[in-house]
Structures are given as C-alpha cells and as structure tokens.
Design a binder for this molecule. Structure first.
Ligand code: SAH
Ligand code: SF4
Ligand code: F3S
Length: 455
C-alpha cells in the first residue's frame, strides 16, 4: 500500500539533492512523494542552518506539521515527522526538547538510515536521533535507483568543507571534505541521462575541491571529471556549483575553453571586496586574486558570466571596507548575485567578535549593494535582446500555455504557447529583458552539441 511522503527543502542545492535521495531511500517502503503536507504519512523538513532566519523558519513549519499530525491522528491515522539536514545536525536533541512531537532527527550524513529509523519509531513509539558522520557509507548505501528528475538533474560529487570561513556553519554541519569515486558518479549521471535528463549539475559545498579516485585508483580533479562526463551521448549542458576561488586551478579554468557543453556561467562567491575583511573571514584569497581568476576565465571563454555571494556587515566591516566591495562589483560586472546580511552563527569564530555591525548599517549596505547588482543584472539581460539563444524548457509558467526555460547563463525565459516543448532545448529569439527574466519566442529546434566539441 502506498504512503504519502511530503518533503520540504530549505537551503542550498545540496539539500535539494539530498531530498531527492531521501525519496529514493523511502520508495521501497511504499512512500510516494506528494506536494502537500496534508494527510501525509511522513513529513520531512530538510533544513538549513546557514543563517538564523533559515533555522527559525523550521520551527514555524514544524508547528504547522504538528497540526497535520493532530488532524490525521483524529482520523485514526499516524503522521511521522522527521527533521533532516543541517539544523538537525547542529541542534540534534534540542529539536526534541523544543518540539517533542518530532519523531526522527537525522543529519545530512546519515539519512540513508531513514528506513531503519522509521521502523524503530513504529516499533517503540519513541523519537530517534541519528547524527552519525560516515560520508562514504551514506553514498555506498544509497540505492542506485533514482527518481526521474526531468530535463535537468543534480548529482552530488563532493560533500563537506575544510575551509572554515569564520562566519560559516557548513564545516560543522556537513563535516570534513569528501569526494565520491568517479565510477559511482558516472553511473549516476548515466542513469539520469537514460531517464531523460539533458542537463547535469555537479554539486558540492566546495565542488571545485573535488579530488575523487578514478577506475585506475588515481586521484582526479573536477576538470578531468568534467571532461569524462562531457563524453556521454545526450548530455547537452554541464554545470557545477558551488566553487571556492582558492580551488579554481589552471586545469579547471582551461576546461571552460575546451568543453563546449560546460555552460559559460559560474557562481563563484567572493563574500567581500576588502582584503582586511577577506582575511578576517579566513577566505585565503584577496580581491585581486579573485579579479585575476575572473579575467583568466574570460580569456579562456569570452562569453563567461559570473554570479557571487556577498556578506554585508561582517564583524568590524567599515564604510571603507564596504566601498571596496562596491569597487570589486564595478570591476567584475556580475550577471546577478546574492547579498546576505551577516548572521552570527553559534559555534563560529566570527560570532564571538565584539565588533558586530548594527542592523541599520547592514540594511543600508545591503540596499546599496543590491541596487548596484540589479543594475548590472538588467544590463546583462538586456544584451540578449534581439539575439537567438538556446533555451532548455523546464517548467510551466503562471499563465495558461506559458513555459519557462533557461539560457546557458541561467536567465529565465518566459515563452507563450509552448507547453509541447517541455523538456526540450530550443532556439529562442529574445524580445524583452527584465531584471529577473526574459521574454522570447521559439524560432527553431536547437541542434545537438556533439560530444567533447571545443568551445
Ligand atoms: N560553499 C559555498 C557556499 C556556502 S553557504 C561557498 O563557499 O561559497 C552560501 C552562502 O551563504 C555563502 O556563500 C555566504 O555568502 C552565505 N553565508 C554563509 N554563512 C553566513 C552567515 N553566517 N551570515 C550570512 N551569510 C552567510
Ligand atoms: Fe562555508 Fe567557507 Fe566552506 Fe563555503 S568555503 S562552505 S563559506 S566554510
Ligand atoms: Fe544550508 Fe546546509 Fe546547504 S546549512 S546552505 S543546507 S549545506
């Protein structure tokens, strides 16, 4: 008998990947994913701990899940509630203290044990917590079968982080860096391609630090892995995220010029443009290092575009430091970016600093930076007006007959009357550009990129 599974995912794409894998793990138990928590037999909140807001959001959603549990219970049925992800790892038992109706707390490195944990809860009627940290075991024990992901699929190739930026919880919630072996990744990519994916996004908290073992037992880096993956028939687009500037090595930069189906858009977080703040953040690169990497990538592939993450109001950030960030943004010219207000996280070194920046100062800096980035994003989007771009049609739009696709640079393109093109790569003439989207019309089918072809 099938049971209803509802998963809510917070945070980064690693969590999106983990949610799909939790569904894979639970499928043999009869769990089928549904898009509402109402009358779900199992509700999983796959949480994020990166900023305080993200963690607090979980508790309000838990309150709602509890109401479903109570309503379901009144009909004589049982709803289990599980908290997974980074907040589960960081708070563990504390979650049970604040929300005793939670049945399972499971960390990001142990969700392959979900079937056992659920059986345990069912047998004992007591809550269980599993926060074990055995990365290798997780990937080894996850099923090879995957739920089809549509035209674009995520494949996690690397987990964890050894960089210890002083603001960040990830090294604590995800643990030490670990790279999956090449053959396991190749099998997973192949399965997705067979199931209809044409775009593969390689994921990792520090994806360009990838150093997995190949079939011959040799360590290979991300550049070599991308070249291998580009050989698969039917792979039209390859992306990877998220990268650290420190790991953008020569080979990886060169690959951008060598592999045509590696998309010319890179998310490369810089966090700040002030060398003093970068040092305090333990980023181990300067603003000039970052700009040099961007320049080299642009020479390798002239149509490269970039996005970044920025933190405003890191402890002790002065107006002058912030001006340096604006300067860096002016110099690079981004196609978009995320701006975050610094959020002190328990257990991180920066949270202990005395010189926290007042909230109104953070707000003002955030507004200024976002305005500058918006201008750049709009300028970038406007450049495409009048051109024809390859667009992968991914989802339905809000209006009838409308679909939304993605250009090589991750721009969303809204197209009317094209539902029959779902999942296809088409040529689209771009007619209008806004800050967060483009509008266009299909003018032809996209010719397939032959494998490994040079850019
Ligand atoms: N591994 C990636 C991304 C980590 S988290 C990287 O190294 O770049 C995603 C983004 O959240 C970070 O790039 C950073 O900009 C932001 N972030 C992390 N911790 C934060 C904190 N304490 N406060 C505000 N933003 C934070
Ligand atoms: Fe966090 Fe820094 Fe690691 Fe990124 S590199 S996950 S920001 S510690
Ligand atoms: Fe959040 Fe964990 Fe990702 S803290 S950003 S879900 S690695």
């Amino acid at each position: 008998m099938s049971k209803k599974l509802y998963i809510k995912t917070y945070g980064c794409q690693m969590n999106v990947y983990d949610s799909t894998r939790m569904a894979d793990v639970l499928a043999p138990l009869g769990y089928v994913e549904s898009d509402s928590a109402e009358d779900a037999d199992l509700v999983i909140l796959n949480t994020c701990h990166i900023r305080e807001k993200a963690a607090e959001k979980m508790y309000s959603d838990l309150g709602r899940a509890r109401l479903h549990k109570v309503a379901h219970g009144e009909q004589g049925k049982r709803t289990l509630i599980a908290v997974a992800g980074c907040t589960a790892q960081a708070e563990g038992e504390e979650i049970l203290a604040r929300a005793p109706y939670v049945d399972v707390v499971v960390g990001p490195q142990s969700y392959h044990t979900l079937p056992d944990l659920i059986k345990q809860v069912e047998a004992t009627q007591k809550s269980v917590v599993n926060l074990d940290f055995v990365e290798e075991a997780k990937f080894d024990l996850l099923p090879e079968s995957l739920q089809p992901q549509g035209s674009g699929a995520f494949v996690s190739i690397q987990e964890g982080c050894d960089k210890f930026c002083t603001f960040c919880v990830v090294p604590y919630t995800r643990g030490a860096e670990f790279s999956r072996p090449v053959d396991a990744i190749m099998r997973e990519v192949e399965t997705h391609l067979k199931q209809g994916a044409i775009e593969i996004t390689l994921l990792g908290q520090n994806v360009n630090a990838y150093h997995g073992l190949d079939e011959a037992g040799q360590e290979i880096g991300l550049a070599a892995l991308i070249k291998k993956i580009a050989q698969f028939d039917g792979i039209e687009r390859i992306r990877y995220t998220t990268s650290h500037p420190r790991d953008m090595d020569d080979e990886l930069i060169a690959v951008h010029g060598e592999v045509k189906n590696l998309m010319p858009m890179l998310h490369l977080p810089v966090q700040s443009g002030s060398d003093r703040i970068l040092k305090a953040m333990n980023r181990k690169h300067t603003a000039a290092d970052y700009i040099a990497i961007i320049e080299r990538l642009r020479s390798a592939r002239p149509d490269m575009a970039f996005s970044s993450d920025f933190i405003v109001g890191f402890p002790s950030e002065t107006d002058a430091d912030f001006e340096d960030t604006l300067k860096l943004v002016e110099t690079v010219g981004f196609a978009g970016s995320y701006v975050f207000k610094y959020s002190p996280r328990p257990g991180t070194p920066a949270a202990e600093k005395a010189e926290q920046v007042p909230d109104d100062v953070m707000d003002e800096r955030m507004q200024r930076l976002m305005k500058l980035i918006s201008t750049q994003q709009l300028r970038f989007n406007r450049q495409t007006v009048g051109t024809v771009q390859p667009v992968l049609i991914e989802r339905l739009g809000r209006k009838d007959g409308q679909v939304i696709g993605k250009t090589p640079w991750m721009q969303s393109v809204v197209i009317e009357n094209a539902v029959h093109m779902m999942g296809r790569l088409v040529d689209v003439r771009i007619d209008e550009a806004y800050e967060f989207s483009l509008k266009g019309e299909i003018v032809g089918q996209q010719a397939r990129i032959t494998r490994g072809e040079a850019a």
